[in-house]
Design a protein around this ligand. Structure first.
Ligand code: FAD
Length: 457
């Protein structure tokens, strides 16, 4: 970037802009997935909406591409761009809870842990993802599912409004009555439509929840999955449980003899009456005796942080996703095969339920295009060692390709790598054309294209 132009960017902003060769640049361009290595022209920490407006204006006027970094968890590194501006929202992490109205205003760079911490003080929560270091921004804009989905729906189903800096530099609030088309698109359409500087969510009463872990040996996987596919969709929405293929982590609460063993599991979260917790997980004995069963009441934010130590920043990640409306016997054979070949200790496959309350929302009410899906699957190849990048990638791709014929065709936008136009279209199905028209209205020149891109119609 020309020196005078670069200086004008620095002058327009409150935060310390960092460019190539400057102190802190290499640290500032690190993101969660260490597989991603890109060199932006400048990294711009945004302190407030005014900084965001200035940086967006600078990018547009100087023809410099723009990427937006919320929590930095995108697997494909969509928050980082070569030779462009990275608008880093990390300084914007404030959360304001109104316990009377039961709403939370959440700044665009907040992490799930920020939101859970603030809301829990009032016995409240927003349904979101299962790792506390994930950004509220990217997760929400893609849809958002986790432990509370069956009870309270997707994250976007609790979104009441969003403050957005648009590509032309203007600032709008989108909700059901103001810019309703934009509000529709923000609820699943990813970061395509502008920079969200603040989200307002409806809060739900969630305080101490029941955690359950049921772990079975791999030879029971076919019986477990057959039982799980029939049991869970009939279960009350107070019960959420995601199925996992995993290697048992070497630490509590798992008994030592299970450490490092490839197994299958269900991770439960129960938001009903905790007095009966012992009986809630009793049906999990039906497919065969678990190798380990654990349950305990737990403050909701503790559950949300439970996986954090296993998944610090700086690991190699390659993931794929897929939606499923059923789990066929043929699909179960594929799961059984790939579960034997989990390539590294952290690699895992999860099937997250997206039914229950998420099915109570009309299919065309939001941009999320899979209200008929029952599970959102992720095939996560993960390892600290860059030498294993190929192995984790191959397992993730092989597993997801093998299951593709038994899937609904597309994947959750937040579980995609760079999968091209076809992948994005499959994610949005018959919502794609409407999204492209809205993109044409709000970002006709596609300034915001560092995302799973919807091209302006
Ligand atoms: P970033 O990389 O910062 O951003 C991702 C995309 O969103 C980029 O295109 C970015 O431009 C855009 N974006 C981010 N913030 C804003 C904003 N304020 N305004 C406009 N655009 C913005 N997903 C689930 O639904 N449930 C889970 O349980 C879950 N668990 C996960 C666990 C881990 C360990 C990881 C790595 C991911 C998980 N995900 C989960 C996926 C997660 O939703 C996506 O990775 C999501 O993109 C992360 O958002 P972020 O803000 O951290 O990412």
């Amino acid at each position: 970037m020309d020196t005078a132009v670069y200086q004008s960017l620095r002058d327009a902003l409150r935060g310390p802009v960092t460019g190539p060769g400057e102190p802190g640049y290499d640290e500032a361009r690190k993101i969660y997935n260490a597989m991603i290595d890109r060199r932006p022209a400048a990294i711009v920490p945004c302190a407030d909406a005014a900084d965001v407006m200035a940086a967006v204006g600078f990018g547009r006027e100087n023809g410099v591409p723009v990427a937006v970094r919320g929590g930095g968890h995108s697997g494909s590194g969509l928050c980082l761009i070569d030779d462009g501006l990275v608008l880093d929202l990390a300084p914007m992490r404030g959360v304001r809870v109104d316990p009377v109205a039961r709403t939370a205003q959440v700044a665009g760079g907040a992490l799930l842990g920020d939101l859970d911490h603030a809301a829990h003080a009032f016995g409240l929560a927003v349904p979101a993802g299962i790792v506390s270091t994930t950004g509220v921004g990217g997760l929400t804009l893609g849809g958002g599912h986790g432990h509370l989905t069956r009870r309270y729906g997707l994250t976007v189903d609790s979104l009441l409004s969003a403050d957005v800096v648009l590509a032309d530099g203007s600032f709008v609030t989108a909700d059901e009555s103001r810019h309703p088309d934009l509000f529709w698109a923000l609820r699943g359409g990813g970061g395509n439509f502008g920079v969200v500087t603040s989200f307002t969510f409806r809060l739900h009463p969630v305080d101490t929840v029941g955690l359950g872990l049921t772990v079975w040996p791999l030879d029971l996987l076919p019986d477990v999955l057959r039982w799980y596919r029939d049991f869970l969709p009939q279960a009350p929405t107070e019960l959420n449980g995601f199925f996992a293929v995993l290697v048992v982590p070497p630490g509590p609460p798992f008994p030592e003899e299970l450490h490092h063993r490839k197994m299958c599991a269900v991770v439960w979260c129960y938001t009903g009456d905790l007095d009966g917790l012992d009986t809630v997980f009793a049906p999990a004995r039906e497919p065969g005796p678990p190798a380990f069963q654990f349950q305990t009441p737990m403050p909701y934010p503790a559950l949300q942080g439970m996986f954090d130590p296993l998944l610090p920043p700086g690991l190699q990640w390659y993931w794929r996703g897929a939606f499923f409306d059923r789990i066929t016997d043929e699909a179960i054979e594929v799961h059984a095969r790939y579960a034997q070949d989990v390539p590294t200790e952290l690699s895992t496959m999860h099937l997250y339920p997206v039914d229950g309350a998420a099915h109570q929302v009309a299919p065309d009410a939001t941009a999320w295009a899979y209200r008929d899906a029952v599970w959102s699957g992720v095939f996560g190849g993960i390892d600290p060692d860059p030498a294993n990048a190929g192995a984790v990638r191959d397992w993730s791709v092989g597993y997801s390709d093998a299951l593709h014929p038994y899937s609904m065709g597309g994947a959750y936008v937040n579980f995609m790598m760079a999968e091209g136009r076809g992948g994005v279209r499959a994610t949005y199905r018959d919502h794609y054309d409407r999204l492209a028209r809205i993109k044409g209205t709000y970002d006709p020149d596609n300034l915001f294209r560092a995302n799973q891109n919807i091209e302006p119609a």
